[in-house]
Design a protein around this ligand. Structure first.
Ligand code: F0G
Length: 423
């Protein structure tokens, strides 16, 4: 990305005439500005660049009150939304992992504790509110599973029709069960996630559906609140801001959302630029186009046509938010790492043994931190937050595989005592 293009990442409060209530859309590539709710658009009319939501007024810490995502309404386009409610997730201490990895502090922000069990709920509470504003009837997404579960729940709650496109045979059972039970129409596509997104993008361009993938800039506004919560919780409990936030990366929407959170806080004066945590993305080795782009210092990712990992949530070869997320990783002084599926499973087990149940993709953050610590990229005094994005029960098959084997015993107390070797 050239210096000129990067300047469009700078936030300034000059309100254009196309704004509605101090909110507008801006293209991150060419800077063109658009009204937020007049017409449905996901990318720039002029250059196809990604869009960002911009605000005339950016809040500081004193402007927030309440709990969960809508505590941060001053940083969002609306004061309320379709809510279940979401956010206010725990920031766990994991003392055994902290000492075995060897960092100054380690906290785990467990987004699996959201209503449908993943961070996607934060995006949907805002995204579905915008869909209501736009007056659309049918919502759709491509998904590796969690987005579909969240869309189905929030869309149905709003009384809207929901359509989800999933890569056949590659979505964890819990997620399909959720999408199905919450009432989505589920299409299993003969192709991977990227193919699903190509198709649903075409449907959205034709006006057949309203797209609620993270290409939709409003969804990322909701996900921004993860960053706000982490900073507030960490500051209140640890007395400082974390040096680094480590997160799993698929479509790179969350990385983009966190970067936007930090930029807005710096622009409003709520955060010193020296206090911005280093954004550190982790991918599975079999699906690591972002890691490749960071390592090869490329401005864009190369689309991986063939991807494979047991962490199916991040089995993605064409991260559409890379133009927002790569600058986020670079500008914050962060990095990216790839981890093997075995390392992901080991991290899932370690987290589970500390009582924190996460799905495989989520454990990639811990596995990545361990790798970067071993390589000396992360130092022993660093204060780190790892993001765990989805709940253990999302992927029951992976959980059973990572767990212990049940033992068969007779249906009598002496039989059980005998089996346990008790005298
Ligand atoms: N972790 C989990 C559990 C996810 O479900 C996802 C994405 C990610 C991490 C990656 O987040 O895309 O913002 O970089 N899941 C999407 C879905 C693709 O369809 O549920 P990202």
């Amino acid at each position: 990305m050239s210096g000129t293009e990067r300047s469009h990442f700078e936030l300034h409060g000059e309100e254009p005439t196309c704004s509605t209530g101090g909110v507008w859309l801006s293209c991150i590539a060419c800077g063109e500005q658009f009204p937020p709710f007049e017409t449905v658009r996901y990318v720039c009319d002029d250059c196809d660049g990604l869009l960002e939501v911009r605000y005339a007024d950016l809040p500081t810490w004193n402007d927030f009150e309440g709990r969960g995502v809508w505590r941060y309404d001053a940083a969002l386009p609306f004061e309320s939304g379709v809510s279940l409610p979401e956010g206010a997730t725990p920031l766990h201490d994991v003392p055994r992992l902290k000492s075995s990895i060897g960092v100054g502090r380690l906290r785990v922000k467990h987004e699996g504790m959201n209503p449908t069990g993943s961070f996607k709920d934060r995006g949907m509470t805002v995204g579905v509110r915008v869909a209501e504003q736009m007056g659309v009837e049918r919502l759709a997404c491509a998904s590796t599973g969690n987005t579909s579960a969240a869309l189905s729940a929030y869309g149905s709650r709003a009384g809207l029709e929901t359509l989800v496109l999933l890569p056949q045979g590659k979505v964890a059972a819990g997620k399909i069960a959720q999408a199905s039970c919450h009432g989505a129409r589920i299409l299993e596509v003969d192709g991977n996630f990227d193919t699903c997104l190509d198709i649903v993008g075409d449907l959205a361009d034709r006006g057949d559906v309203y797209l609620l993938n993270s290409l939709n800039p409003f969804r990322l506004e909701g996900q921004k609140t993860i960053g706000l919560e982490i900073l507030e919780q960490f500051r209140d409990e640890e007395g400082s801001y974390p040096d680094r936030i480590v997160l799993p990366v698929g479509n790179a929407g969350n990385t983009a959302a966190l970067y936007k959170c930090f930029r807005e806080l710096v622009a409003s004066g709520a955060l010193e630029s020296s206090d911005v945590p280093k954004l550190t993305g982790v991918q599975a080795e079999g699906a690591a186009p972002m890691v490749e782009a960071i390592e090869e210092n490329r401005a864009e990712t190369r689309r991986w046509e063939s991807v494979e990992t047991s962490a199916t949530a991040i089995r993605i070869g064409n991260p559409v938010n890379a133009p927002k997320a790569l600058p986020g990783i670079r500008e914050t002084g962060g990095t990216a790492a790839a981890v093997a599926d075995e390392e992901i499973q080991a991290a899932q087990q370690e987290l589970a043994r500390e009582g924190v149940g996460v799905e495989p993709a989520s454990a990639a953050s811990i596995a990545g931190l361990r790798t970067l610590r071993e390589e000396g990229v992360v130092t022993e005094d660093e204060e780190v937050v790892c993001l765990t994005t989805g709940h253990l029960l999302k992927d029951p098959d992976a959980a059973v595989e990572a767990g212990t084997e049940p033992e068969t015993v007779p249906g009598t107390t002496p039989g059980v005592r005998d089996h346990l070797g008790l005298e």
